[in-house]
Design a protein around this ligand. Structure first.
Ligand SMILES: Nc1ncnc2c1ncn2[C@@H]1O[C@H](COP(=O)(O)OP(=O)(O)OP(=O)(O)O)[C@@H](O)[C@H]1O
Length: 614
């Protein structure tokens, strides 16, 4: 219920649109009924025998009340058409036809009016929910992404938001259209014949029971089908993502077979679901005919036996059946809307789980507005764990301003974790990191990150032009600034040679560029940002000698005069670091310059010898 209220609230954030949808729907319901009722005089014209007593209807008088007003309009219409019948039956027929036509036209006009505004409303709500989820996804801590699968978040953004879209319409129809349609139609039925109305309502639960049984069974199968579809998609995603490895290992057959099995299971479940779903229309129709025939038999007998009373004649009886047939739609509509809202409750819950996730990286109430970086960066007794197991244990070191500290160690020793703590992708659990004497926790996160440039192992480029990718951290940079940065990053030459120079689209994730080119674009991006502090996660993938030379040169220029923390994989590149810190299992085991560490003959010397460095 809480989540239904939430959907209701989101819908009514667009009050103007919601009110328009409601008003149009109400007019649709009213004209739907009127278009049925207008048939009665039409039928009375076709069966003149039954109109004997009606032609004598005298001109109605308006009694001043609201319900009297409705009766007056309807009586006047009868009086008017019947007077016409007396004068010229063909004119009367034409008049009734025109009235019915106008009523149907208006009914459909209002129906379309409701749908017109509904489309805007549902998409506006969807846009909001999707945007909120995306904004939240952007502010969630990195730890969220390691614990929860990205695919799951994608599913929430895609399918759960879709459920909300359907629910927006359900809310409007459930509260503002269908019940009113039911009430109006039932009122008309009761007005004509309370006895026949009661009889019809005895038959309805029978059909409702059968239909709901099918609905439940369908829901079960549809649920299984959705799960299987999820598996199917994840297999597809996995296979497409790893296509290079699949080909390299000649594993196409294995992957094809595994996909084939899931695909077959999905096909079987979908077929089952379709069969159940497709059973509804014929069964619905048959049950509707059973009910109708029951009414025809009972109502017809009442008229034949002259027991109907209250002037209930043949044409009115047909009108009764027409209106009754219109009653099934809103009743089914209520059932569908309730089912859709139930589904949306679950979807809203899943969306709220994301929206309510704690962002973990909290800002202090009164952050320090700026810090100069005069002395350097200090890690002081830093300990950290992603879950239970400690990943960093009491790590302390200092990077003097303008100097470079390199982190070395086996895979999993904690190098990336140390660098992730500086821009506060995670917060230390004990100890602290200081820029001069200011704890980074006391700085505004945005401000802190604005001072740091990161060049990561993987060059993360986005679909766009080269220039846009370089200006990523400084969107208002001029073309001259971009070119200047590219020159420093040894990227200008190759960019100029591209098809459209700086305006060349580089494709998804920059897949139109080579590894070395991507790295130099990333470096240009960091150069343009011109940060005081630099984190460099050195690329592990080998580049050819020429490319590597260009990248290394670019990095040297980028690092000049900056305070840098370098994660080194190839030890040749950090020979000149001011201090090298060797980590093992989250602890510092050696530290010193290259020469000092080689002289010591410890782990660093051993690792260097493995890489042929002395
Ligand atoms: N997001 C995470 N969630 C849980 N554990 C993690 C996460 N990231 C890293 N770890 C674990 O923390 C430890 C340190 O990892 P880290 O990535 O800092 O090491 P590294 O020295 O940078 O390794 P590599 O050289 O392979 O990149 C490892 O045991 C790793 O499994």
């Amino acid at each position: 219920m809480k989540n239904t209220i939430e959907i209701y609230r989101q819908t009514f954030r667009y009050k103007g649109l919601a009110v328009l949808v409601i008003v149009y729907n109400l007019l649709f319901v009213i004209f739907n009924l009127i278009s049925m009722v207008l048939f009665i005089p039409f039928l009375q014209l076709i069966f003149p025998d039954s109109s004997d007593e009606i032609v004598t209807v005298s001109k109605p008088v308006y009694d001043g009340t609201f319900s009297g007003g409705i009766r007056y309009v309807s009586d006047y219409y009868n009086y008017f058409t019947q007077s016409m019948v007396a004068e010229n039956p063909k004119n009367a027929l034409l008049f009734v036809c025109c009235s019915v036509l106008v009523a149907f036209f208006l009914k459909n006009l209002f129906r379309y009016g409701a749908i017109w505004h509904q489309s805007e409303l549902r998409m506006a709500v969807v846009r909001d929910v999707r945007q909120n989820l995306f904004n939240k996804a952007m502010s969630l801590p990195l730890s969220y992404y390691s614990n929860e699968r990205k695919g799951d978040l994608m599913a929430r953004i895609q399918s759960d938001v879709g459920e909300i879209e359907i629910a927006v319409i359900a809310v409007l129809e459930l509260f503002f259209r269908e019940p009113i349609a039911v009430i109006l139609n039932v009122a008309a039925l009761l007005y004509w014949s309370p006895q026949l109305t009661l009889f019809s309502f005895i038959l309805l639960p029978l059909t409702a029971f059968v239909i709901s049984r099918i609905g439940k069974s369908l829901k079960r199968t549809a649920g299984q089908e959705r799960i299987e579809l999820g598996v199917l998609f994840s297999k597809m995603e996995e296979a497409l993502g790893g296509i290079r490895i699949i080909k390299a290992f000649n594993a196409q057959k294995f992957i094809r077979e595994s996909f084939g099995k899931t695909n077959l299971r999905h096909q079987q479940l979908t077929t089952k679901a379709f069969r159940k779903r497709d059973l509804s229309p014929p069964l619905n129709e048959f049950l509707a005919v059973v009910v109708m025939l029951g009414i025809v038999w009972y109502g017809g007998s009442m008229i034949l036996d002259n027991k109907a009373g209250n002037g209930f004649d043949g044409p009115q009886f047909i009108g009764f059946i027409l209106v009754f047939s219109q009653l099934l739609r809103p009743i089914q509509g209520i059932a569908t809307s309730v089912a859709n809202l139930n589904k949306a409750e679950a979807a809203q819950l899943r969306i709220n789980e994301v929206l309510d996730t704690d962002e973990k990286i909290h800002e202090v109430a009164h952050p320090v507005s700026s810090v100069e970086l005069r002395d350097g960066i200090r890690y002081e007794n830093v300990s950290f764990a992603y879950s239970e197991e400690a990943v960093l244990k009491q790590v302390s070191f200092f990077i003097p301003k303008g100097k470079t500290v390199a982190l070395v160690g086996e895979s999993g020793s904690g190098k990336s974790t140390i660098s992730d703590l500086l821009p506060r992708f995670y917060d230390v659990q004990s100890g602290g990191i200081f820029i001069d004497d200011v704890n980074i926790r006391d700085l505004k996160v945005d401000y802190l990150r604005s001072k740091i440039g990161i060049v990561s192992q993987e060059s993360i480029l986005f679909n766009g032009t080269v220039a846009e990718n370089i200006a990523f951290g400084k969107p208002h940079a001029t073309r001259e600034e971009i070119i200047e940065a590219a020159k420093i990053a040894n990227a200008h030459k190759f960019i100029e040679e591209l098809e459209n120079g700086y305006d060349t689209q580089i494709g998804e994730r920059g897949n139109k560029l080579s590894g070395g080119q991507k790295q130099r674009v990333s470096i240009a991006r960091a150069v343009l940002k011109n940060p005081d502090i630099l984190i460099l996660d050195e690329a592990t993938s080998a580049l050819d000698t020429e490319s590597e030379k260009l990248v290394q040169e670019a990095l040297n220029k980028l690092m000049a005069d900056r305070t840098s923390l370098v994660i080194a994989h190839r030890l040749s590149t950090i020979r000149n670091a001011d201090e090298i810190i060797v980590l093992s299992k989250g602890e510092i085991i050696e530290r010193g310059t290259h020469d000092e560490l080689i002289g010591k003959g410890g782990t660093y010397a051993y690792l260097s010898s493995l890489q042929g460095i002395s």
